[in-house]
Write a protein that binds this ligand. Structure first.
Ligand SMILES: [Zn+2]
Ligand SMILES: [Zn+2]
Length: 153
């Protein structure tokens, strides 16, 4: 069944791949098992163990019964999540639809409907607001620090 995982390093057995995936992932407060692949970007599908997609490898060795004709999708909406209970297989069209129509963002905020399109907004405004607040706090702290250093000299 490992042959169904495209790009997987030949050295892996099902058991070693299971260990490898779990070693590279951590549990989040939302119950996701988020894996860190080679790339620096988070929140997107991750490549691991050669050039294999982590969520597909995880489906094969942690869930089982993988069907290569179908997509693997995360019910939690986190593309880098490999928690077996969050993984399911869908047709490509179904996967697209459900990805676009997730009612909550990955941090569990309810999405807002865009009145213009009748679909959920892609960007979560609560997450955005929080990110901006964190950025402003960091900036204020840096300014305060710079001022203090200036005052001392
Ligand atoms: Zn998840
Ligand atoms: Zn959010």
């Amino acid at each position: 069944m490992l042959s169904a995982v495209k790009g997987l390093s030949r050295y892996h057995t099902e058991e070693s791949l299971r260990v490898y995936l779990l070693e590279r992932s951590h549990r989040t407060e939302h119950g996701c098992l988020v894996i860190e692949g080679y790339g620096r970007r988070r929140g997107v599908h991750q490549k691991v163990a050669g050039r294999a997609w982590a969520h597909i490898a995880a489906y094969v060795v942690l869930v089982g019964g993988y069907d290569p004709a179908l997509d693997v999708d995360q019910t939690c909406g986190a593309a880098d999540c490999i928690e077996p209970t969050h993984l399911r297989q869908l047709s490509r069209a179904e996967a697209c639809r459900s990805r676009n129509q997730l009612a909550q963002c990955r941090n569990g905020h309810d999405r807002e409907l865009d009145p213009a399109t009748g679909r959920y907004r892609r960007v979560c405004r609560s997450c955005n607001r929080e990110a901006q607040r964190r950025w402003r706090e960091r900036e204020a702290a840096e300014v305060a620090q710079a001022r203090a250093a200036y005052g001392r000299s």
